[in-house]
Ligand binder design. Structure first.
Ligand SMILES: [Fe+2]
Ligand SMILES: [Fe+2]
Length: 413
């Protein structure tokens, strides 16, 4: 890794954001400037950095810090995704992984609580005859699968990834990530209790439905194998970690979650189960941040450890995605054994192929099904895709097929 000089770009390299803010400022009247600046203080992180001979003054939002220049430079250079300086302190400053702090703030601003969402209409519908058996089955599969899947993701964040990353701002955002999985798990408890479902029935689904068991074994076996005293100076172990990050971020949260998300939001679109649909929309907004956290983490890990990114390893990741797709398609066929109004399994299988390719491309990997198109363009309005679009504008470094990236916009998902 090349040594980076201690300039404003070191602490806050998001110059794109600064440029946009400046352009907007010039176009607006003074009154609007004041309003905008007031709002941005709560939603973005304007930063400045003044360097004198011995000190560096950092302004982060409304807060100002003065750092000893030499110590700050040393601390900055010691920060790594893995194998960085081992410190007892939570030294967020000086920031190296600015994206992690920015995402932490965004995630915090998205905070929601399940009990804030009314479930009365859902309960009425659940008890009525206006809901078909297939629709009822989709809700049960959604609650059954996610009840455990959220915990599996949070467990891996805390006991694998957060354990081995060394930069404090990365630990910060991963802590928030794990907390959001708790919120998601709690939202399912709220759904179960509101609808009056038998919790043991949900547990039984998790253990007795082979397609759910297979999906869970696929990720849990990887996560368990990582819990050992692992020497992360060895390339094969670094690759194991990179694969875990890809598996959980892009295959599980980024692809396998989207079959049920799509089905439940299809019901929501037909005014069925509005409370459950709203909770899944909030969950999806969180998931899009989680996917970005893990993608950035993977990309920075690879940037710092280029020995990971061999052709063989890249093919291994593509094969992992392929296996994830295979398991998800089997699961989708269980969720939709017969076509329901506006829902059939082949459309959802195609949707999974489409989503999976987006995940691969975003990590600089070649797609698996390049010709597939999105069968559900309306889902873009339901799913919080803006951030992904911003990500695509700013960051794909490895995959060179610019024509494929150019075709992707918010309306495509
Ligand atoms: Fe989640
Ligand atoms: Fe998540």
């Amino acid at each position: 890794m090349s040594k980076i000089p201690l300039t404003s770009e070191v602490f806050f390299p998001n110059l794109r954001l600064a440029a946009r803010m400046m352009a907007f400022y010039l176009r607006s009247a003074l009154f609007h400037h004041i309003i905008l600046l007031f709002m941005s203080a709560t939603t973005t992180i304007p930063t400045t950095n003044i360097v004198s001979a011995n000190t560096t003054t950092v302004t982060l939002g409304t807060r100002t810090f003065t750092l000893d220049k030499e110590k700050a430079e040393a601390a900055f250079n010691a920060k790594r995704v893995i194998n960085g300086k081992d410190t007892m302190f939570f030294n967020i400053l000086p920031l190296k992984y600015t994206w992690a702090y920015d995402l932490y703030k965004t995630m915090k601003n998205n905070h929601w609580e399940p009990e804030d969402i009314p479930m009365q209409k859902d309960v009425e519908q659940w008890r009525s005859n206006e809901i078909s058996d297939v629709e009822r089955w989709i809700i049960k599969m959604g609650i059954g699968y996610f009840s455990a899947a959220e915990g599996i993701v949070g467990d891996n964040v805390l006991h694998v990834v957060r354990e081995v990353v060394t930069a404090p701002e990365l630990k910060l955002v991963l802590g928030r990530h794990a907390h959001e999985e708790n919120i998601h798990a709690d939202s399912l408890v709220y759904m179960i209790s509101s609808l009056g479902l038998n919790p043991h029935e949900c547990e039984a689904m998790f253990e007795d439905i082979p397609t759910i068991t297979e999906k869970n074994h696929f990720v849990v076996s990887n996560s368990r194998a990582m819990r050992r005293d692992i020497d992360l100076t060895k390339t094969e172990n670094k690759q194991s970690l990179a694969k875990n990050i890809f598996l959980f971020g892009q295959v599980m949260e980024g692809t396998q979650f989207y079959g049920l998300f799509g089905m439940i939001l299809s019901l929501y679109r037909q005014n069925k189960f509005p409370g459950i649909g709203q909770m899944f929309r909030y969950t999806l907004r969180d998931e899009s941040n989680h996917i970005e956290v893990f993608r950035n983490l993977l990309m920075d890990l690879v940037d710092e450890n280029p020995d990971i990114w061999t052709e063989e390893f890249r093919e291994d990741l593509r094969a992992t995605m392929s296996e994830g797709i295979r398991l998800e398609k089997k699961f989708i066929r269980d969720c939709l054994p017969v076509a329901s109004i506006g829902l059939n399994s082949s459309d959802f299988e195609e949707y999974i192929d489409y989503i999976a390719d987006r995940r691969l491309i975003s990590c600089g990997l070649a797609p698996l099904n390049e010709s597939v198109s999105n069968p559900f363009p309306w889902l873009a309005e339901m799913m919080d895709i803006k951030k992904e679009q911003n990500f695509f504008e700013g960051r794909v470094t490895e995959y060179q097929k610019s024509s494929a990236l150019g075709q992707i916009d918010d309306d495509d998902l």
